[in-house]
Write a protein that binds this ligand. Structure first.
Ligand code: NDP
Length: 451
């Protein structure tokens, strides 16, 4: 048995009920095999086993009161995975599917993603099985306050800096930050994704979607291609998807799809900026369903299917795919259909949206495939820039932040390409991202000795 297979076996044996975590660990570890030969010092210090074990895991009760006066209870999580290269950093997810395995998969991914950004941030993740859908603003506020009533003792601007993720947007960050500020009596950069008025950064809302599109553009450029005139499929209809649509439009592409967990809309004429503004208002203000887009613009709407189901079932041709909804949304049957219909590039705005079988199909067919930890790192990178501005007590202009984001995405792309080549895997962005992200963290862990 190799060091890597030993670690994988142990992870499965210790936590058999965490399939998403196993999947994330396997995806990273399998590409790290060559590092065990090149860096025997990592093996000697048992870095591989240490890196899959969180530094600390918090699981807590979140009691709150709904609008009818009923006392409700949810589960809260914060996994502080690795702070070798900086304070723990990673979003909070509020969704009924949240459990410890999902938070651990996300926290584990975050270690390598944050390392790739070139900024000093460790990896962490948190959240709750609370579902904000259908809740009033008052209920969401009371839940966020109850959540922070416990979380505050574990986080801090120099310790652990959470942000948003699925179900946690500007509204939730406002309630969480407001409550932290109240009970700690301090105004520090303890959360990112804040509004501009109280310490947020310009371009943070846009950053993940923009960054994913920048990354895809870099991948396309390696083959002399760009977004102009290309047909682009995007899934999701939330923060990442909305700004991916906006940036693709700016780069001259045509986006034809979006979905939420109830339905998919296909708009062959393209989701232009006016229609994108409608989606932003629908999702961020009215908190409506994507089906209302089809009602307004008289387009195709398929209920109960996601974007990749519809593309597969209707044989729709797309050049570029940007999965921006959730984990494991795109499986082998979807990947095969994308390849068959002429797709040349897949960049992941979501975390682990493609199943391992789907990734295999992309790689075997020489598709430009950018894994989430590289392609969607623009969000956390800009959170890092928000932390820098908070420390400096300064605000940078939109141009300055966007320019830094673009530079970071280009440098992540270069790191992936060069590292893959250095390990004899030219064009393999998965290997490139994993090894580049890992080596920096492993070197820092080695420097500290056994702690
Ligand atoms: P949002 O909550 O803003 O949006 C998520 C969207 O995906 C919603 O439209 C949601 O629909 C849809 N969705 C969720 N589950 C499914 C499903 N099973 N099938 C179809 N659609 C679904 O989240 P974000 O946009 O912030 O996050 C999306 C992804 O990007 C996640 O994987 C997240 O971890 C990742 N990510 C986010 C970053 C950020 O900065 N926000 C940074 C890096 C990665 P519905 O409204 O019906 O739930």
């Amino acid at each position: 048995m190799s060091v890597i297979s030993d670690v994988l076996a142990k992870v499965k044996q210790l936590d058999p009920d965490q399939p998403e975590f196993h999947q994330a660990v396997a995806e990273v570890m399998e590409t790290l095999e060559p590092t065990t030969k090149r860096h025997p010092e990592f093996v000697k210090a048992n870095i591989y086993e240490r890196i899959v074990e969180p530094e600390r895991t918090m699981l807590f009760r979140v009691p709150w009161v709904d609008d009818k006066g009923n006392v409700r209870v949810n589960r809260g999580f914060r996994v502080q995975f690795n702070n070798a290269i900086g304070p723990f950093k990673g979003g909070l997810r509020f969704h009924p599917s949240v459990n410890l395995g999902i938070i651990k998969f996300l926290g584990f991914e975050q270690i390598f993603k944050n390392s790739l950004t070139t900024l000093p941030m460790g990896g962490g993740k948190g959240g709750s099985d609370f579902d904000p859908k259908g809740k009033s603003d008052g209920e969401v506020m009371r839940f966020c306050q109850a959540f922070m009533r416990e979380l505050f003792r574990h986080v801090g601007a120099e310790t652990d800096v959470p942000a948003g993720d699925i179900g946690v947007g500007g509204r939730e960050i406002g309630y969480l930050f407001g409550y932290y500020k109240k009970i700690r009596n301090e105004h520090t950069g303890v959360l990112t994704g804040k509004a501009l008025e109280y310490g947020g950064s310009l371009v943070r809302p846009e950053a993940t979607g923009y960054g994913t599109t920048y990354f895809a553009a870099e991948m396309l450029a390696t083959r002399g291609l760009d977004f102009k005139g290309k047909t682009v499929a995007i899934s999701g209809a939330g923060n990442v998807a909305q700004y991916a649509v906006e940036k693709v439009n700016q780069l001259g592409g045509k986006v034809i799809s979006l979905c939420d967990s109830s339905a998919t809309i296909i708009d062959e004429s393209g989701i232009d900026q006016n229609k994108c503004d409608f989606v932003m208002e629908l999702k961020n203000v009215k908190r409506g369903r994507i089906k209302e887009y089809a009602d307004k613009y008289n387009t195709c709407c398929v209920e109960g299917s996601n974007v990749w189901d519809v593309i597969r079932d209707q044989g729709i041709k797309v050049d570029i795919a940007l999965p921006c909804a959730t984990q494991n949304e795109l499986d082998a049957s979807h990947a095969a259909a994308l390849v068959k219909n002429g797709c040349v590039c897949v960049a992941e705005g979501a975390n682990m949206p493609s199943t391992p079988d789907a990734v295999k199909i992309f790689q075997e067919n020489n598709i430009l495939y950018g894994p989430g930890k590289a392609a969607n790192a623009g969000g956390v990178a800009t959170s890092g820039l928000e932390m820098s501005q908070n420390s400096l007590k300064l605000s940078w202009t939109r141009e300055e932040v966007d320019n830094r984001l673009l530079i970071i995405m280009k440098s992540i792309h270069t790191a992936c390409v060069e590292t893959a080549e250095a390990y004899g895997r030219k064009g393999d962005y998965v290997t490139g991202a994993n090894i580049a992200g890992f080596t920096k963290v492993a070197r820092a862990m080695l420097a500290y000795g056994v702690v």
